[in-house]
Design a protein around this ligand. Structure first.
Ligand code: SAM
Length: 265
């Protein structure tokens, strides 16, 4: 059972936000949902992913380094930075980089701010309140744009990639880490029995039934891997790769914008 009128925000029986993509309030509900879980987001993520999330972000950065053409990475934007984990890992990996973590959920940014203050590399990470669909940055301001576990919450994936392309310099890079459908049907069945049943049950145990029911639903709203790659390519990234991790539970979508004439020489 769920609450609210068909075009109002949907809530779970425990009163927690339960975003519904078909409602006009979807984007606002996503913000409300992340505001609701901001305080316990990190530890719940570690528990629900059985600790795998500790590996996924550093491995994704390793995959990026194998994919990219050589060159300095100095200006990085992490979209949907949440509590800032990936933004800080990027700053650690590229010691000359300045990283902007952008997110549209205030409590997530508050959480990130506290964590940045406690981390050595946190002084090179600044935070901005912004939406992925209208980035408040000038054209060609970044060498790399990253995001982790954000794509499935967006109302317009193609538009988000066009915005990403706009703020990247020629030859700039995009990295998107996202949960994906495992290619093996056998492993997929195992994954779904955990992801679709156990995770929502765990969410309900911490008064967040809505967010963790929404989680498996959000995966179903993403295009399949090949279509996802086409969305990135169509936004202006002719070179794309999609290496996966953990039997395909997560994929690192990587794209490189065309270099300038000078870079080609
Ligand atoms: C699942 S969390 C991931 C946080 C972080 N990237 C990580 O790896 O832990 C998704 C984050 O994306 C943010 N987000 C979702 N849609 C967004 C949008 N359209 N613009 C900006 N941030 C968005 C949410 O507020 C939330 O903090």
């Amino acid at each position: 059972m769920t609450g609210a009128a068909p075009d109002g925000p949907r809530t779970a029986p425990d009163g927690s936000p339960y975003p519904d993509r078909s409602r006009p309030t979807f984007e606002r509900d996503i913000r409300r949902m992340f505001g609701h879980i901001a305080e316990r987001y990190d530890w719940f993520d570690h528990v629900a992913s059985l600790g795998n999330d500790f590996l996924w972000r550093p491995r994704a950065l390793g995959q990026l380094d194998r994919f990219r053409s050589p060159g300095p990475i100095r200006r990085v934007l992490d979209i949907g930075c949440g509590t800032g984990d990936l933004a800080r890992q990027v700053a650690r990996r590229y010691p000359h980089a300045r990283v902007v973590g952008a997110d549209f959920t205030g409590p997530m940014l508050q959480n990130a701010l506290g964590r940045n203050r406690r981390a050595r590399e946190g002084s090179r990470v600044t935070l901005a309140r912004a939406t992925a669909l209208r980035l408040p940055f000038a054209d060609a301001s970044f060498d790399l744009v990253t995001s982790a576990f954000v794509a499935r919450n967006l109302t317009d994936l193609a538009r988000a990639y066009r915005e990403t392309r706009r703020v990247l310099r020629p030859g700039g890079l995009v990295l998107t880490l996202e949960i994906t459908e495992p290619p093996s049907p056998r492993f997929g069945a195992l994954f779904h029995s955990y992801f679709d049943r156990v995770v929502p049950w765990m969410g309900a145990a911490v008064a967040s039934a809505g967010p963790y029911r929404y989680l498996p639903e959000s995966l179903r709203s993403l295009p399949p891997r090949e279509e996802f790659v086409e969305v990135i390519r169509a936004a202006g990234f002719p070179r794309v790769a999609a290496p996966s991790q953990s039997f395909g539970i997560v994929t690192t979508f990587l794209g490189e914008a065309p270099p300038s004439a000078d870079q080609r020489r």
